[in-house]
Design a protein around this ligand. Structure first.
Ligand code: OGA
Ligand code: MN
Length: 203
C-alpha cells in the first residue's frame, strides 16, 4: 500500500514537482494522531507560527495565522515515531530516483483556527534554503468544500501561464511538493484545520 503510493509520489515529483495521495495513512493512525494533537493543544503547547528562523523570526498574523507544535526528534511519542518512520521510508524512496540528497527531516503539527490562513509563499527562502521537499499530512475528521481552507498550489500551465490546483485537507491525505519551486497558500478556513507539515532537508 505505502510502497505503491511512494512509487506514485516519486514519479509525480519527478515529472511535475508535486503529488497528492488520498488515504496515505491508515484511518486508525490518522485518528490517533489527531487525538494526540488535540491533547497537546489542550495543554496549551501550541504557539503562534512565525516567518523566518533565528534572528529573522517574527510573528506576522497578517501573513499566517496558524499555530504550531514542533516535534522533537529526540522525544517522539510512539505515534509520532510511526509517522517519522513512514516519512523516513518516503525520504529514501525519493532519494533513490530523484537524487535530491535528502538527509534529514523536521516536522510540526499545525492548527489553523477558524478565520485563519497562510498567504502565498515558498517554503524555501533564504533562512531555510535547506528545505527541499515539503510533506503535509492532513488529520481532519471530515472536510466539506464550504469550510474553505484549501491548499492552493500555483503551477505553470501551458505557454507559461499560471494555473493552480486546490487541495482540500481531507484526513489521511498526503501532499508532497518541491519546497523551492511550488508557491502555495492556505485559503481562509472557516473551520479548525489540523495537519502535520514536514520538510526533508539536504543538510
Ligand atoms: C506551511 C504550509 C500548507 C497546508 O506550513 O508552510 O504551507 O496545507 N502549509 O497546511
Ligand atoms: Mn508552506
Amino acid at each position: 500500500m505505502v510502497a505503491s503510493a511512494n512509487r506514485r509520489i516519486v514519479s509525480d515529483l519527478y515529472e511535475q514537482g508535486w503529488s497528492v495521495i488520498d488515504h496515505y495513512v491508515p484511518e486508525e493512525l490518522r485518528a490517533a494522531l489527531l487525538e494526540e494533537q488535540q491533547d497537546i493543544l489542550r495543554h496549551g503547547q501550541f504557539r503562534h507560527a512565525g516567518i523566518g528562523t533565528g534572528d529573522s523570526f517574527s510573528i506576522k498574523p497578517e501573513i499566517r495565522s496558524d499555530k504550531v507544535f514542533w516535534m522533537d526528534e529526540a522525544q517522539l511519542t510512539p505515534l509520532q515515531q510511526q509517522y517519522w518512520l513512514l516519512m523516513d521510508s518516503l525520504r529514501r524512496d525519493i532519494n533513490q530516483r530523484c537524487f535530491l540528497g535528502l538527509r534529514a527531516f523536521e516536522a510540526h503539527f499545525a492548527m489553523y483556527p477558524p478565520g485563519s490562513f497562510y498567504l502565498r509563499h515558498l517554503d524555501q527562502f533564504q533562512a531555510v534554503a535547506y528545505r527541499v521537499v515539503t510533506v503535509i499530512l492532513y488529520l481532519n475528521e471530515s472536510w466539506e468544500e464550504e469550510s474553505g481552507g484549501a491548499l492552493r498550489m500555483y503551477l505553470s500551465g501551458e505557454n507559461g501561464e499560471e494555473t493552480h490546483v486546490d487541495v482540500y485537507p481531507e484526513g489521511g491525505k498526503l501532499v508532497v511538493f518541491l519546497s523551492g519551486e511550488i508557491p502555495h497558500e492556505v485559503l481562509l478556513t472557516h473551520k479548525e484545520r489540523v495537519s502535520i507539515t514536514g520538510w526533508f532537508k539536504d543538510v
